[in-house]
Design a protein around this ligand. Structure first.
Ligand SMILES: NC(=O)c1ccc[n+]([C@@H]2O[C@H](COP(=O)([O-])OP(=O)(O)OC[C@H]3O[C@@H](n4cnc5c(N)ncnc54)[C@H](O)[C@@H]3O)[C@@H](O)[C@H]2O)c1
Length: 276
């Protein structure tokens, strides 16, 4: 290991997002991988230093963040149907403990896995980061707590940077072929795109409190990706509607669609009249 690599502590390191990110960037960063005892497999353990603790007990975090440059806080209950009794220790207490430990160790930046569920109460329109939160489940409420805690830590506790990412549906692209994949298309986040976005954030010099939507370039996306493009230069590449059947078939038939009115417009007839 080269000594000057950026030191990243990843919580929830055995989870799906952490595994994809650490595997893709193991050569770039010096990782500390934190998860519950017994959750990290042999392949994951080989990619960094390992800390096996429950985040719900703050005494477990003493010294863990010393010398860390960025905390990537992914640990938590991720299902929107999780009961309150399980959300409380993982998503509320655990997130508080992570942020408090980061402040105590003077870690410059915390990147926090928030969720589209902070705003799934909206029934229409494209949602920007500046719109008020509107969760429609308690899971989403816990993610609103994490965002508010980050804003507080920046303004009142001298945390230099807290970035909340409103993650959509992080899934392997192969899952888009499933017949029941429709629920995820608007919010789809391809692993490659998210690895790119995290890389931009880890190396960014932004300070203060930020929220960014985090999805791929889905043509009917629920979350606006304009802010991430303008402020981070994040240009996602995947479009779930171009990957998922039967949308991909329909799009291929009309020679490629590039904007929202296209599906309800005259493109299909124009393509037929042109003999495509
Ligand atoms: N996967 C998605 O599509 C998605 C979408 C929006 C937000 N998110 C958020 O991103 C984060 C990561 O998602 P994921 O899909 O990788 O989840 P995951 O369930 O695969 O991984 C979460 C990890 O957190 C660990 N963990 C839970 N409680 C812990 C505790 N008390 N102490 C230590 N570790 C603990 C688990 O053991 C697990 O390995 C979660 O916070 C989730 O809410 C995920």
């Amino acid at each position: 290991m080269t000594p000057d690599r950026h030191r990243v502590l990843v919580t929830g390191a055995a989870g799906s997002i952490a595994t994809a990110f650490v595997r893709a960037t193991a050569d770039e960063y010096e990782f500390t991988l934190l998860d519950l005892p017994g959750t990290l497999d042999a392949e994951q353990r080989a990619l960094g230093s390992v800390v096996e603790v429950d985040l719900a007990d703050i005494s477990n975090l003493r010294g863990v963040m010393d010398g860390i440059d960025t905390v990537l806080h992914l640990a938590g209950q991720r299902s929107p149907s999780t009961l309150w009794e399980d959300l409380l220790p993982a998503n509320i207490v655990g997130t508080y403990n992570v942020v408090a430990a980061a402040v105590a160790a003077k870690v410059p930046r915390v990147i926090y896995a928030s969720s589209v569920h902070t705003v799934t109460g909206y029934t229409d329109g494209q949602i920007r980061e500046s719109d008020p939160v509107q969760p429609d489940d308690l899971y989403g409420v816990t993610k609103c707590f994490g965002e508010a805690l980050g804003a507080f830590a920046v303004s009142a506790e001298d945390l230099r940077s807290f970035v909340a990412l409103r993650i959509g549906a992080f899934q392997d692209p192969a899952k888009l072929a499933a017949p029941d994949a429709g629920w995820m298309l608007r919010d789809y986040l391809a692993p490659d795109d998210f690895v790119d976005m995290l890389g931009l954030l880890i190396t960014s010099d932004r300070q203060g409190f930020d929220i960014y939507n985090a999805t791929s370039a889905n043509r009917f996306g629920r979350l606006s990706m304009t802010k991430a493009a303008e402020e981070l230069g994040f240009v996602p590449r995947s479009d779930a509607f171009a990957i998922a059947s039967p949308f991909a078939t329909a799009i291929a038939e009309v020679g490629g669609l590039d904007d929202r009115p296209a599906l309800s417009g005259m493109r299909a007839d124009v393509a037929r009249l042109r003999g495509h």
